[in-house]
Every structure is written in structure tokens, then in C-alpha cells.
Design a protein around this ligand. Structure first.
Ligand code: SF4
Length: 323
């Protein structure tokens, strides 16, 4: 198998936060608890899970927008977590992010042309004239007219703003993009347009993606490989066809059965995950999924299951396998 463009190994991030009223105490949120995965060059790797499972922290940690506590991030052979400031600047050119809400990351007082040309000027990759021409070309590439450069963020719809977010991520010609819920705030018809755009750009530029989403249907459409996260850990990973045909982990099964399918009568009656997601401050003992799992046994309540590698790509953490 070719070398992956991104290799994550044992990535860990705990947040220590003050909670409680009137006597706040410091508690530990186990956002990422030693996750590992690989992204192949030119492919899209989906990170899926319910809200609060740690998938966004994973995306930000591998770019060091959040500093991980432990683990390793290898990007194209370079150790990202050991990179000094100068090396990190060079790496950031090649690793970009698209946010769920691009509006919050755009300066409302800055015209789009100025916002998009800024990285080119900061990295001294172009003069003003050249940067402006590149911005206009990028706007066209993402389906916006050249005069969008002269407008302010509030003058665009949600879908148009996401196109601007994509253009900005492309400004420095990256190799890898972390897309953090890039379509979840959009109407379904706009979602489809943005996903088609991302797919076209991926083919044109041989981009690799880490695609973060709570929506298994979107991940199925857009990704080739995926990992399912639950309370800060990966519980199953593999290729999209393999996981959708034959999900191994009970949590993956319920997520799959709950996701929309073209045939509304298919898998009817399945797919409800009973109970709330437990807190990442105080996760259940043993397998964190055991309070919601229909297959839980006594060992599940006391012992976290070891990772069972099924083949090159496929792995699962569940006592039903490899014991
Ligand atoms: Fe269910 Fe046990 Fe597997 Fe956890 S380890 S998913 S509780 S069967």
C-alpha cells in the first residue's frame, strides 16, 4: 500500500475546565483518548460520530489549532507536533481547514478580495496585483463571480459563504484539507452543490480530505474511508463499502441504520440509539458504549475492548471480536 499522506498515532487531548455553580470545580474532559488513523493521498477520510465525540477536536489537533497532549501526527513524512514555528508556517500552507460556519471566521469589515489575498501576501507568494488575480480565479473556480471580491461577507448567502470558505482554503494550494462539518448548516439542495464542488476540486488538485461529519449519509456519499468515534475514541474504521455493507461495531450498526437511505422502506424499525450520549467528563466504565449497547455483557462493563485489526484497513474495538 502507498505511504499515507497523513498518519495519526495515539493522539490525545484532555481539556481541564471549571464547571459547576456556585462552587465550580476543575473537571477533565477526555476529548481525544488516543486515536489513530491514516489518510491515503488523494482520498477522503470521514470522521463520524455524535456531537461531543471529539471529531472536531481531532481535526483541530492534527493542524495544531489545538495543541494535543500526546501522540504523533506525520504529514507527508514530517512530524507536525515537533515542527518549530517556521516549519509549522510551511506546513500550514499545505494543510488547510474549512469550517462549518465560514462567516464566523471572516472579518465582517473586510472585503472578500482582501480576506482571500491576505494569506498570499503574508506568505509573500504574490504581489498585490497577482494576489488579486489569483483570488478572482479562485472565486470563479468555486462558482462565484469576480465582483464577489469587492463585497463584504454579510452580502452572501450561507452556500455562497461556504464557497468563499473553500476558496480561502485553496488559496495556498494545499495538499490536505480538514473539512469540519462543511455542509451541515446548509439546506439539502445547497449541500449537494457544495459536495459536488468539493469532489470536483479534489479530482482537479488531487486533494486529500479529513471530512468531519455527524451525518453518515453525507460521509457515505463523499468519503472513501472512515472512522467512527464515540466519546473520544475510534470504535471502528475501514473502507466505506466495507463498513456500510457489514458494520461490525454495534454503534456503527445503529448509526448506519439511522442514516437516510434512498429506499424509505429499507431497514425500517432499526436505527434508534437508546439513551443520551454520556458525558466525556465521566465516561462509563469499560466499553463507553455499554449503557446503550444491546449486546453488552459483564466484561463490557469493566474492561475497555482492545483494538482488533481485521485486515489492512478494517479494525474494531468491541468484545464481540477478537476475544
Ligand atoms: Fe457492546 Fe460490549 Fe461491544 Fe461495547 S464491547 S460495543 S458494550 S458488545
Amino acid at each position: 500500500m502507498p505511504e499515507p499522506i497523513l498518519r495519526i498515532d495515539g493522539l490525545k487531548k484532555f481539556f481541564h475546565v471549571r464547571r459547576g455553580f456556585p462552587n465550580p470545580k476543575t473537571v477533565t474532559v477526555r476529548a481525544l483518548d488516543e486515536i489513530s488513523f491514516e489518510v491515503q493521498r488523494g482520498r477522503t477520510f470521514g470522521l463520524v460520530g455524535e456531537s461531543g465525540c471529539g471529531k472536531s477536536t481531532a481535526g483541530r489537533s492534527l493542524l495544531r489549532l489545538v495543541e494535543p497532549d500526546a501522540g504523533a501526527v506525520q504529514f507527508d513524512g514530517e512530524n507536525v507536533l515537533r515542527a518549530d514555528a517556521e516549519a509549522m508556517r510551511a506546513l500550514r500552507r499545505r494543510m488547510q481547514i474549512i469550517f462549518q460556519d465560514p462567516y464566523s471566521s471572516l472579518n465582517p469589515r473586510k472585503r472578500i478580495g482582501a480576506a482571500l489575498s491576505e494569506p498570499l501576501l503574508v506568505h509573500r507568494l504574490a504581489g498585490r496585483r497577482e494576489a488579486y488575480e489569483r483570488v478572482v480565479a479562485l472565486l470563479n473556480e468555486v462558482g462565484l463571480p469576480a465582483d464577489a471580491a469587492n463585497r463584504f461577507p454579510h452580502e452572501f448567502s450561507g452556500g455562497q459563504r461556504q464557497r468563499i470558505g473553500i476558496a480561502r482554503a485553496l488559496t495556498l494550494s494545499p495538499d490536505l484539507i480538514v473539512a469540519d462539518e462543511p455542509v451541515s448548516a446548509l439546506d439539502v439542495s445547497i449541500q449537494a452543490q457544495i459536495l459536488l464542488l468539493l469532489r470536483r476540486l479534489q479530482e482537479s488538485y488531487n486533494l486529500s480530505f479529513v471530512f468531519i461529519s455527524h451525518d453518515l449519509g453525507v460521509v457515505r456519499y463523499f468519503c472513501q474511508d472512515m472512522a467512527v468515534m464515540y466519546l473520544g475514541r475510534i470504535v471502528e474504521s475501514g473502507s466505506i463499502p466495507g463498513i456500510f455493507e457489514d458494520p461490525l461495531h454495534p454503534y456503527t450498526k445503529t448509526l448506519r441504520d439511522a442514516s437516510p437511505v434512498p429506499d424509505p422502506t429499507a431497514r425500517k424499525g432499526f436505527g434508534r440509539i437508546e439513551g443520551e450520549v454520556p458525558s466525556a467528563v465521566n465516561p462509563p466504565s469499560g466499553c463507553h458504549f455499554h449503557p446503550r449497547c444491546p449486546h453488552a455483557t459483564e466484561v463490557c462493563k469493566t474492561t475497555y475492548p482492545a483494538w482488533h485489526q481485521v485486515d489492512d484497513r478494517r479494525g474494531v474495538a468491541c468484545h464481540l471480536y477478537g476475544t
